[in-house]
Each structure stands twice: as structure tokens, then as C-alpha cells.
Design a binder for this molecule. Sequence first.
Ligand SMILES: Nc1ncnc2c1ncn2[C@@H]1O[C@H](COP(=O)(O)OP(=O)(O)OP(=O)(O)O)[C@@H](O)[C@H]1O
Length: 378
Amino acid sequence: MPHAAIRKLTLTAFRSYPSAQVSVADGPVVLTGPNGAGKTNILEALSFLSPGRGLRRAQLGDVGHRAPGAAGEAPWAVSALVDGALGEVRLGTGHDPAQEGGVRRCRIDGEGVPSANAFLDHLKVLWLTPEMDGLFLGPPGDRRRYLDRLVLAVDGAHGTRVNGLERALRSRNRLLEENGSARFLEAVEHEVAELAVAVAAARLETVARLGAEIAAHRDDASLFPFAELALDGVVERLIAHFPALEVEDRYRVLLRDNRPRDRAAGRTLEGPHLTDLSVSHGEKQLPAARCSTGEQKSLLIGLTLSHARLVASMQGFSPILLLDDVVAYLDSARRTGLFEALARLGAQAWMTGADPAAFAALDRAERFEVAPGTIGRA
Ligand SMILES: Nc1ncnc2c1ncn2[C@@H]1O[C@H](COP(=O)(O)OP(=O)(O)OP(=O)(O)O)[C@@H](O)[C@H]1O
């Protein structure tokens, strides 16, 4: 299967790098170096080649390089020469606090584009980071965000839908607070319901596709357990029982009936903005939250691989995978299993770790040594 590949990455005033450049023939790419050297910063730069706030969910003003003792926010930029789904392209993104306020600027071959959504036509970037280890034990909001990233990689319009729903809900909450007229409330609830059904339906569709992808590869799940996924939310339940048009009507009635309760609470208490993604260990039939730490981590690796396969089969093009500190944790059989799975997937994977020995079994890798502020071939 053809795959997206970063050929050259250029960082300007990005995190610990005043400036840096990495050229890669194809990959996989291994970044090693001591703790705090700047390995994750490179993956974060690559994660800005997709919509959103990157793999750290950073504030744009925190990303610019700050010399020791320097104050204020610095402008930063990431530029990448990419072999993407539509051929070779240069993607650029960055932020200048003096000019753009809270907006990340994006360019394709030097031409400004409205947002990083436009990058999705060229490549998808998926990631797994140590911060995600707590996903199954953390608040539903984290799982919802994770779910929406899963959906976004296969359905580029999903981010716009989710943002639209959030905006419409804010309008409804404001109208409730200000005792707005019933006519205005009805109009905004109409919009909320329409977007809510679209968001829930897109999530359900991706979860179903991902479930089918996981089921198709269940037999190779001995190293990374297979997950069972379900969505827990009011609109998702309605979709399971009623035709789409009726779901919208029923949710609108629910919103109308809930007005006094929601006004008192200061927010909308039911809807897809509160949906949870439930994940279980398929073989053990155990909720992921009750699995061991190692099992939870393996479940996430299995999910990441399945998602990458789904994205590849839907786009006919493998995504870029960013695996931060994933390999060191695995025993040698699982390391080899992961390397083999990545090779089968044919995706360009960027992997980090403090110890180069953890990547010894990886064939054909391009290896880089990272030290504070610099990156060079190992
Ligand atoms: N805006 C910034 N300006 C300058 N340096 C920064 C900025 N943001 C983060 N850093 C520095 O980047 C370093 C962390 O880099 P990074 O997280 O990439 O390390 P790492 O190599 O992945 O480490 P580990 O192996 O511990 O995960 C820290 O020393 C931090 O101070």
C-alpha cells in the first residue's frame, strides 16, 4: 500500500530548537537521546501537520522557542516536505503572537489555507504518547477527544461538525441564562439537534468500521489484545432505535423539556458533547479501566494499529504514525511484533526512546541522535 512520508522537516524557533532540519529517505525513523533532549518536541512538530493543538494539546504561545530567562511568546514555524496522497507538497504551519492572536497559520506550497483541515487531503498523522496511558481511567472528555481524533482521520469534516456543535451549545446555554425568547431557543435547539445527530452518527460509523477492522485481524491479536468498542450517549442510543429524522425530533423535544433543568445547571446536561467511548479487553471481556497497566497500554497499541489500518484502507494511503516512548516499555517479543506490524502496514513511523538498544531489531530504520537544540544522524 502506498504511504505518506515526511521527506524533510524544518523547525524554526520550535520548543527546544532555535532551528533544526531533518531529512529522511523513507523510514521508519528512530529518535534517541537522553530524557529532556527534545525527542517528543520533534513528534509534536509533526503532529501540527494535522488539525488541532498537536499531541500535547499545547497553547500556541507556549510552543515558540524560549531561550533561558527570556520572557514573552516567540513566533514559531514548522515546515515539511511531504510525499502525500496527492504527490509531493510543502506543508507549513506556525504562529506569530504579534500578528495572529490565537490562530495557527497554515500554508500549502506557500499558499495560505484557512486551517490545518486542508492538510488532511495530503496526509493523516496518528499518534500514541505516554500521556494517553491514563485514557481509560481518566475523565470521559479525554476519551471523547480521542474518539473525535479517530473519526477525524477517516472523515475530514468531523472537526467542523464538532466545533459547530460546541458553538451551538454555547449559544443555547447563553440564551437559557439570559432568558432568551422561545423562538430563538427553538432555532438554536434545531441547530444543536441537527449537528448532534451528525456528530453522533459519524462517531458510530467510525466505531463500527474500526470494530470490523479489529474483528478482521483478531487472529493476530496475541501480542496486542483486541479491543471492543461501544459508545455511551443519549443520541447514540436514539440512533440505535429510531430513523435519523426521528432521532433529531426526539432530541429536540428532550432539549425543550430539559430547559428548566439546563438553565439551573448553566449547561446542556444531555447530548453527544457528553458521550463516552467505552473500551473493553475483548478476550477477557473486561472493561479496559479494570485491566492491568500493561494490558491497557497494549490495548492502546492494538487500537492504534487497527486505526492506522482502517485509515490506510479507507484512503488507500497509509498514515504517518508517531509513537512516543512506546517501544522501550515492551518486552522483546512485543517489540518485534510491533516492528512487524508497522512493516506490514507500510506506514512511516516516527519512534522515540532513550535507549537505542530498544530499536536494535528494527530493520532499515533511519536513526537520529537528539541532544538539546540539535538533531543529527546517529
Ligand atoms: N517553548 C520552549 N522553549 C524552549 N525549550 C522548551 C520549550 N518547551 C519545552 N522545552 C524544553 O524541551 C525539553 C523537553 O523536550 P522533550 O519533551 O521533547 O524531551 P524528550 O527527549 O522527549 O524527553 P523524555 O525522554 O524525557 O520524554 C525540556 O527541556 C523543555 O524545557
